[in-house]
Structures are given as C-alpha cells and as structure tokens.
Write a protein that binds this ligand. Structure first.
Ligand SMILES: *[C@@H]1O[C@H](CO)[C@@H](O)[C@H](O)[C@H]1NC(C)=O
Ligand SMILES: *[C@@H]1O[C@H](CO)[C@@H](O)[C@H](O)[C@H]1NC(C)=O
Ligand SMILES: *[C@@H]1O[C@H](CO)[C@@H](O)[C@H](O)[C@H]1NC(C)=O
Length: 470
C-alpha cells in the first residue's frame, strides 16, 4: 500500500515537472473558400500517453471545440456541429505534430484558431488566424458624360479580404486621379467602387483591375467614348455580334443537315446560340437525377403550391412593393440604386423543410421585360448565399453562381416554377410556358437552414415581377 502511494506521488511529481511547449510556424494562414487547409501546430513531446488532451477551438469557444483528442482518440460528437466531418488530425502524433485539417472551407471559418495541449498539471497553447480568400465579381465598367469629359466608373463586389483596385491606360501606366470607395456587407465581403474622369477617346482603352494579388486579379477594359459615339460603337459591336451569331448558327445547322423553319420569335437565334454556348462551356453542376425525373417530380408537386407574400421590410432601393404584397417593381432610379443590378425583396415565409413549390411571373403578357432575378436566399442575403436564376436581355438566362454559362431556353419565359426540396438538397427551376426544366442547383446542406424566396425585377425597366397566388 505504502509502495503504491509512493509510486503515485512520484508519478505525479514526474508529470508536474514535465513541462512542454506548443508552437505554430506562422501567425496566419490563408485559403480559398471551398478548399481545404492544414493549420500547422506542434507540441514538444510525443502524444502516446492517455494523460494528454489536444483541443482545437476557435476564437473563445473553448467548450465547443473544433476538435478534441482525448484518451488516445478523437472524440466524436463533442465538437461544434458546423465542423462535423470536416476536421481531422493529419500529423504524426508520436512526433508531436497536432496539425488540423479543415475541409470545404466557408466564409464563416474565418477567425482565430487555438491549439491547446493539456496534461494533469501543465498546459500550453498557440494560435493562428485563418483568412478565407473569396474572389469577387468581374469589374463592371460604366460610362457617364460629364461636361467635356467622360466619368468612367468601375464596380466589383464579393471580395475577401479587401482587394486593391487599379486603373491603367493602354500603355500600362497607372492612372492616379481616381476616387475609390470600399464597402463591407453583412457577411464581411468587400465591394469596391471607383471612378475617374477622362477625356473621351475612340482608340485608347483603359482597364480597371481588381484583385488580392497578381494571381487573383480580375480585369475589364473600356473605350472612354462620349454619348453619341458610344452608342454608335456599341450598336456596331452588337450588329457584328448578331452577324457572327447568325452565321455560326446557320453553319452548324447546315452541317447537321437540318435547317428548321425560321421562328418568328425574336429571340430564337440568340437562344439557339445560347444552347451552343452552354453546350461548349457548360461544366456546371449536373442535376442529381435525370431531366425526366425532375419533370415528373414537378408534375406531382405543382398542385400543392405554397402561397408566398413579399416582406416590405427586406426591400432594397429603388424597389416598390405592390399593395397586395405580391408584386415588386422599380421606382425612380436614384444614385444609390444604380449600384445594384438586381435589387431584391424577400418572401415573408420561412422555407425550412419538406418540398416547397411556388411560382413567379417574371414577364406578364410577354411585355419584353429586360432583366429579372428569382430564387432563394438565406438571411442576410448576399451573393454567397443567393441561389437564383438571372435574366438579362443582352445575355439570356444564367445561374447567379455562374454568370458565364447561359442556360438554354428557347423562346420566352413569362412564368417560372421553383421547387425547393430539403430532402434532395436541390432547388429546381421550371419554365411553365414550355413545361420544361431549366436548371437545378444542388445545395451543400439544407439541414437547419432557413431559406426565403428572393425576387428582383432588375433595374432596366419598371414592369413588375409577381409571386403567383394559388
Ligand atoms: C505535420 O503534419 C503535416 C501533415 O502531414 C505536415 O504538412 C507538416 O509538415 C508536419 N509538420 C511538422 C513540423 O512536421
Ligand atoms: C466537401 O466537398 C466535396 C466536393 O465539393 C464533397 O464531395 C463533400 O461531400 C463535402 N464534404 C462535406 C463534409 O460537406
Ligand atoms: C462619377 O460617377 C460616380 C458614380 O458612378 C459618382 O459618384 C461621381 O460623383 C461622378 N463624378 C463626377 C465628377 O461626376
């Protein structure tokens, strides 16, 4: 008995004096959204004893750790739920390498990560900051006449961290007389707006580039033309585009030996081109099941439509909601309103389970609406969480997450159906005029997430977009 006690006391004192240290190689690490990252951390001993506990936690959330290693194994079901199946220890523990791997990074993963090692009587910790890199939108350039000069404005949004914006002339020299403004949205993504006054020129283009570093740079170019010449230039460009498109389509049709009757629809040619484009460019997310199956599901569910109403409290400028709270249209354009291509309003009703189906009239009586956007979002709404289809007259229909892939859609679209399926984690869009399937988003995870319908009539015209009533 005495011997055992002595042994115990000895063991204890042995561990009391067994001090160790925890270290990280750098104070911060960065990775792109959606990727994986290893957060490196090292402890100056071998972790082959039950006495040691390794705890990774974020910010001050000690009690809901990112990962907990105890009794020689990673403890399941103790960590914060948002890390479930996304974290692992990847180093050799015997060598004291307690690096943490974090997969499928989201913006919410930003923050300070602490690795803490603890024994009976001693502990040490080290920490590092994880930055999430998000590449923003292509810079959008617009021109406005200002006395005898041209006001060139460049806008780009959705960046993390804060990007830099540079104007350059044709020769590559930086323009220094620009004015830039940065804004951070509720999710922490940064947008930038910059303008510069220039003498009009028909041959010397300028560029606006926005980026985080030389590798993550996006650039747009423009000829700073004044009003009349600008219009003339753009229509010339448009005409040559139409000629090229028509020739391409004809060529392809002739090649395949089928030249169908010309459609009277004014969009037919463009839509055909959209098909081809989409075919060439599309590596977009494949629908989880076949087209037929998606249509069959729709036919079954479209009878149980849900009634949605618009929530004026979520209204963005310069929109106006109709009195019955079903329609929304653009009011007077103000300066603030110009920044948004698709100002929106959200549905009041929370969509959080089951299969939800609703319909939207985007272009009543085919009055040639010039732009719209409909879909769903989480709150607060931002590009990162919006899943929607967008339409712009000069492009066609495209997914909000991928501006560069057009969705084939022959003819006009006056009414769209949307089916949000929490079982399949999908959001499908249907063209009701044609009874066809347009596009399906696959959501990463819809458990415990609340979605709201999102409606935007665009800013190009004042025709309303309606949520259909039962
Ligand atoms: C720890 O393990 C990770 C993953 O295997 C490795 O990338 C890193 O270099 C290791 N660190 C040290 C200090 O050995
Ligand atoms: C992470 O992303 C990959 C590919 O995008 C996906 O297959 C996987 O299921 C995702 N894992 C989690 C835990 O979300
Ligand atoms: C140029 O346009 C921007 C908005 O696009 C505006 O904020 C700025 O005041 C304009 N500058 C002049 C001199 O008109």
């Amino acid at each position: 008995m005495l011997l055992i006690s002595i042994a115990f006391v000895l063991t204890c004192s042995l561990f009391t004096s067994a001090e160790f240290s925890v270290s990280v190689p750098a104070p911060s690490v960065s990775a792109q959204m959606g990727m994986s990252i290893v957060l490196p951390c090292k402890v100056s001993l071998s972790l082959n004893d039950k006495l040691f506990e390794v705890r990774w936690y974020k910010n001050d959330a000690y009690d809901s750790p990112v990962l907990l290693y105890k009794d020689l194994e990673v403890q399941e079901n103790v960590g914060a739920s948002q890390y479930k199946n996304r974290v692992s220890l990847v180093g050799e523990l015997e060598k004291g390498n307690i690096s943490l791997k974090l997969d499928n990074l989201t913006l919410a993963d930003r923050g300070e990560y602490v690795c803490l090692v603890k024994s009976f009587e001693w502990y040490d910790k080290a920490s590092m900051t994880l930055n999430i890199i998000v590449i923003g939108s292509h810079p959008l350039i617009s021109l406005a006449d200002a006395v005898d000069q041209v006001n060139v404005t460049c806008v780009s949004d959705g960046w993390s961290p804060k990007p830099s914006l540079t104007w350059r002339d044709k020769g590559g020299s930086e323009l220094t007389n620009s004015h830039s403004r940065y804004k951070r949205d509720s999710e922490g993504l940064v947008s930038v707006m910059s303008w510069v006054l220039l003498s009009p020129s028909g041959s010397d283009w300028i560029s606006c580039s926005v980026g985080l570093s030389d590798q993550e740079m996006r650039e747009s170019r423009v000829l700073p033309l004044k009003g009349f010449w600008r219009e003339a230039f753009i229509s010339a460009l448009f005409l040559s585009l139409i000629v090229i498109i028509t020739l391409t389509v004809l060529l392809l049709l002739v090649r395949q030996g089928l030249l169908p009757h010309c459609s009277s629809r004014k969009n037919a040619k463009l839509a055909g081109y959209g098909d081809i484009l989409a075919g060439l460019m599309s590596q977009s997310s494949a629908p989880p099941v076949s087209n037929e199956e998606i249509i069959r599901k729709w036919k079954k569910l479209k009878k149980s439509k849900v009634n949605l109403t618009l929530d004026p409290e979520t209204l963005q400028k310069p929109l106006i909601v109709t009195r019955d709270r079903n329609g929304v249209y653009r009011g007077q354009l103000t300066k603030e309103g110009l920044g948004l291509t698709f100002p929106h309003v959200l549905g009041k009703e929370e969509l959080s389970s089951g299969q939800q189906y609703w319909e939207v009239t985007v272009d009543k009586n085919a009055k040639c609406k010039r732009s719209w956007r409909v879909g769903v979002t989480q709150k607060p709404a931002s590009e990162g969480v919006i899943r929607a289809l967008c339409y712009e007259e000069r492009y066609g229909i495209y997914a909000s997450t991928d501006r560069h892939t057009l969705i084939p859609n022959e003819g006009h679209c006056t009414m769209l159906g949307m089916l949000l399926d929490f079982k399949d984690h999908t959001l499908s869009f249907y063209n009701i005029d044609k009874q066809s399937h347009l596009y399906t988003f696959t959501m990463n995870n819809t458990n415990n997430i609340k979605y709201f319908a999102l409606v935007s009539p665009g800013i190009k015209d004042q025709y309303p977009v309606y949520l259909n009533k039962k």
